[in-house]
Structures are given as structure tokens and as C-alpha cells.
Design a protein around this ligand. Structure first.
Ligand SMILES: Cc1ncc(COP(=O)(O)O)c(C=O)c1O
Length: 372
């Protein structure tokens, strides 16, 4: 009979676009003995997770919970529930993930209008305003932290313009959540999704979502059934809230326990302290990378602190140097996606991977490799 080797993975230092390094307490939570997914103790843990998600997203939205699947499922949850065939959807595209939203909106049967910005730049609010003139779309969707380009998209003006046109604002905060401010209520965001594996530093596979009362009203007023059974909020919400908690699917218990611990650690650190730490480590990295010849592709005021997109210096081959970083130093950084493949690196300083120690390990490895 064939036998298989015992599981073995290397101890990597995760400095790519996610997952990031998890705190040992989060990993320990994963190893807690399993309990049933409808056990009263687990239901209490789900309630606490919801409350901590609200606190970190700075919202009071009642309909806030965690989708049992990665960020792309959060994206799909927002779009399949808010869009019906024939609706108009304005999708802002300035990287890979805006493109993915446009694809999903099209699959929902929506008439998709794209507002684009060159990769490495934010969406210009004036371009959105122009696209909305004379229209009344159901929603405008935009990525807050575009992981493929390293751009932080300011949202206040976008929100104002969207609501003036009578549309709902859908935001992707997969990479920004827990690493930079995400103010759902103050910025009047109607639907938002994120992911567990970036600045929260929990294992991948969960996607918190939140919906404003306006979005819930749009959901209640749907004329057609949501085409996805699994992501249909009208059903799954009864598993995560209400007095009669009913079986919908079997939640990934261990992942939810890990998320609980990761959220607890975020709140223990304090949101402002955490955001400051992300900014400071970004600055430390910048100060070390630029003398080595790496060039940031995003203007300073739009740079993500947790995802540093940099052009490679002459003589540094993308694939060869990333392989050496992994093989010789156990350090993972991300390569470019789409238009940027082979041209840039995406260096993540997310959650637990945002530390001076991580920055110094990477800079030392690069200095050794580049011989500077
Ligand atoms: C901005 C953004 N949106 C959506 C996603 C999709 O998340 P997941 O890979 O967890 O499905 C990612 C993943 O990197 C992302 O960075």
C-alpha cells in the first residue's frame, strides 16, 4: 500500500499579499477541540465575532456577519444579493479586483458601466461623477485597497457622489481592514466585505461582510430570488442572527475560533495603535528599499502601508530573486499581477507581518543578494 509522508511545511516569513503571519495565540485557537456548530457556546462565540467585526469596521450595522469562504465569496455575497438582472451597476476598476467585481456583476445579469483609472492610480471622483450623470444605477462598487497595485482609494468623495445619484456604495476592504481606517458608518458605505488573511492575520477562508439598513431594504425589495443558494442573505442571516438560529451550513468552526482570537488581539492593541504601526513599518521599509534601487509605483499620498508595490532595480530578475528569497531566506514576497506581472513586487506588511523585525529581515536578505 502507498504511504504518504507526514505533513511538513517550512517555517516561512510571510511578506506577500496574504496570508500574513498569524499570532501564535491565533494558531493555538485553531487547535482548540472541536465543538458543534450549533452548540450554544459556539453561537455565543459567533455573536462575539459579529460584535468585534462591527467594532473594527466602525459600524452599528445589524446585518454584519462572516461568510464561510474567502474574500471573493464576500465580494460575490455583496453583488449577488444587491443586483438583479437588468439593474445598472457602476464598477470602478483600477486593478485586478475591480475587474473581478465587474465580472461578477455581469454574471448577475447587471448592465455594467466601468469607470477606470490607470493601474497605480486611484479612481478620480470626477470620472465617477461624469459616468453617473443622467443615470440612476443600483450601486457603485469600488476597491478601497487595491492589492494588485498598492493604491489606497480615498472614499469620502466617492460616497458623496454615489449617494447623490441615489445608488448604494459597495466597498472591497479585503486588504485595508485592520491595517488602515475603514469607517463604514461615517463614510456611509452600504455593503462591504473583507478577508481574514490580510491585516487581521487569521488563516484564509473567511470573509466578514456588513450591510447598511439601506442595503437591507434593497434586499427586502428584491423581485427575483438570489441566484446563489449558499450566499443568499435572506437565508444565511438566520444562521448568524435572530432568536431562532437555524442550520444553514456547517460553519468552519476552527477558523471562526481563530478569527475570534485574532479580532480580540486587534482590539487589545487598539485600532489607532495598529494603524500607526502599519504606517511606521511601511516608512521603515521605504527608507531601506529606495537606496537599493526599488521604486514605489504609487504617489506617496495614495500608498498602502500594508502592501508596498515597487518596481525592481535593474539587474534584479523577478522570478529568480523571489525564488532565492524563498529558498535561501524563507521569505515570501508577491510578484506582480496582470499588467504588472514580472515588473513589480508586492511586499506585504500586514497584521503580524508588519513589524520592524520583518522589515529588517527582508532588507538584510536583499542587501546580501544585491551585494550592497
Ligand atoms: C482587494 C482584494 N479583493 C478580493 C480578494 C479576494 O480574496 P480571496 O483571495 O480571499 O478570495 C483579494 C485577495 O487577495 C484582494 O486583495
Amino acid at each position: 500500500m502507498t504511504t504518504f509522508p507526514e505533513l511538513h511545511t517550512s517555517k516561512r516569513i510571510l511578506m506577500g499579499p496574504g496570508p500574513s503571519d498569524a499570532h501564535p495565540k491565533v494558531l493555538l485557537a485553531m487547535a482548540t477541540p472541536l465543538i458543534g456548530h450549533l452548540d450554544p457556546e459556539f453561537l455565543r462565540i459567533m455573536d462575539e465575532v459579529k460584535e468585534m467585526v462591527r467594532l473594527t469596521l466602525q459600524t452599528k450595522n445589524e446585518l454584519t456577519f462572516v461568510v464561510s469562504a474567502p474574500g471573493s465569496a464576500g465580494m460575490e455575497t455583496c453583488l449577488v444579493n444587491l443586483l438583479e438582472p437588468g439593474d445598472e451597476a457602476v464598477i470602478c476598476v483600477h486593478g485586478v479586483f475591480g475587474n473581478r467585481m465587474a465580472d461578477i456583476a455581469g454574471r448577475c445579469g447587471a448592465n455594467v458601466i466601468r469607470v477606470e483609472a490607470p493601474w497605480g492610480k486611484p479612481i478620480d471622483p470626477a470620472a465617477l461623477e461624469e459616468a453617473l450623470s443622467g443615470r440612476r444605477p443600483k450601486l457603485v462598487a469600488i476597491v478601497h485597497a487595491e492589492t494588485s497595485t498598492g493604491v489606497l482609494q480615498p472614499l469620502e468623495r466617492i460616497s458623496e457622489i454615489t449617494h447623490r445619484a441615489g445608488a448604494l456604495l459597495v466597498v472591497d476592504a479585503v486588504t485595508s481592514w485592520c491595517g488602515a481606517p475603514v469607517k463604514v458608518d461615517e463614510w456611509e458605505i452600504d455593503a462591504l466585505y473583507s478577508g481574514s488573511q490580510k491585516c487581521l492575520s487569521a488563516p484564509p477562508g473567511l470573509s466578514p461582510v456588513t450591510f447598511s439598513p439601506r442595503a437591507v431594504k434593497a434586499l427586502d425589495e428584491r423581485k427575483t430570488k438570489v441566484q446563489s443558494w449558499f450566499l443568499d442573505l435572506t437565508q444565511v442571516r438566520h444562521y448568524w442572527s435572530g432568536s431562532k438560529r437555524a442550520y444553514h451550513h456547517t460553519a468552519p468552526v476552527s477558523s471562526v475560533l481563530a478569527m475570534h482570537e485574532a479580532l480580540r488581539l486587534v482590539l487589545e492593541e487598539g485600532l489607532e495603535n495598529r494603524f500607526r504601526r502599519h504606517r511606521e513599518n511601511h516608512e521603515l521599509l521605504r527608507a531601506g528599499l529606495e537606496p537599493l534601487g526599488f521604486e514605489f509605483i504609487v504617489e506617496p499620498q495614495y500608498r498602502l502601508p500594508m502592501l508596498n508595490a515597487v518596481k525592481l532595480p535593474a539587474g534584479v530578475d523577478d522570478a529568480e530573486y523571489r525564488k532565492r528569497l524563498l529558498d535561501e531566506f524563507n521569505i515570501e514576497v508577491g510578484g506582480g499581477l496582470g499588467d504588472f506581472a514580472g515588473k513589480i513586487w508586492r511586499i506585504g506588511l500586514m497584521g503580524n507581518s508588519s513589524s520592524a523585525n520583518h522589515v529588517n529581515m527582508l532588507l538584510d536578505a536583499l542587501r546580501t543578494m544585491i551585494n550592497k
